[in-house]
Design a protein around this ligand. Structure first.
Ligand code: URA
Length: 241
């Protein structure tokens, strides 16, 4: 529970002092009733209106999940398939920041903070995403050079990627490779490897900006820590204002 004037001030529409004046002037309603008493305690489930405009009071929340395979990273599905929200039951309306495919595992961030989400997914902010991919066949040096230069995907040219830690498994005839990109187009990594003749067999996002899944088993989640949220803001130009 918080004081009404503090909640109004936190929503960014008035200073604490101006919020007190709004209350005393009878311009604030809580759950449809005018409240003129300063210091009235309210909680985030209550509807607060200032001059009939509804205040957004939902607490901003930030989660990290180690996404397992077999879950959609949408919030609902017409075909009733499992979504990541089945693993993360919270009362806030949260959305994934940059989706992962049904069969992709690893770092998935979720939030109800729209500005934060935009700052992290907009390509101009160039936040790094690192993936570990198992791909079919032997990845040759000249092929990884294509990825490093920026491979042509037909409808667009991918930004140059960093490719490293390439290990060939000659028994299984596939390659394990790490790749770092700053874009997040639909099926981006799968399309990039497909374009150079190596279908992706398995994909895991190892890192989003500074965040990894260290300490989280697949299907587990936790809140992002305040310093992690700050770091992510700082990674995007948006957050450096
Ligand atoms: N690129 C893909 O192809 N799939 C993902 O899930 C993420 C990035």
């Amino acid at each position: 529970m918080e004081r009404l004037q503090k909640v109004i001030a936190k929503a960014g529409i008035a200073s604490r002092r101006a919020a007190e004046e709004l209350i005393v002037a009878g311009r604030v309603k809580v759950d449809g009733e005018v409240v003129k008493t300063l210091g009235t305690l309210v909680d985030s489930s209550q509807l607060i209106q200032v001059d009939d405009t509804v205040l957004k009071t939902e607490e901003l929340v930030y989660y990290l999940m180690n996404k397992p395979s077999g879950y959609l990273s949408t919030t609902s599905d017409d075909l009733n398939r499992r979504t990541v929200l089945d693993l993360l039951p919270v009362k806030e309306r949260i959305y994934p920041i940059g989706r992962l495919d049904y069969d992709t595992t690893g770092v998935l961030l979720l939030t109800n903070d729209g500005d934060f989400m935009n700052a992290l997914i907009h390509p101009k902010f160039k936040v790094e995403k690192e993936y570990h991919a198992k791909i079919q066949g032997l990845l040759r040096k000249e092929e990884s050079l294509l990825l490093k230069k920026g491979v042509d995907l037909g409808d667009f040219k991918a930004q140059p990627a960093r490719v490293y830690d390439v290990r060939y498994d000659d028994k299984k005839e596939n390659t394990h490779v790490n790749i770092v990109v700053t874009e997040g187009k639909y099926h981006q990594i799968k399309r990039m490897f497909e374009a150079i003749g190596h279908p992706v067999l398995k994909l895991r996002r190892e890192r989003f900006g500074t965040i990894t899944c260290e300490g989280l088993k697949q299907g587990e989640f936790r809140r992002l820590r305040p310093h992690e949220i700050k770091q992510l803001w700082q990674l995007s130009e948006f957050g450096k204002v």
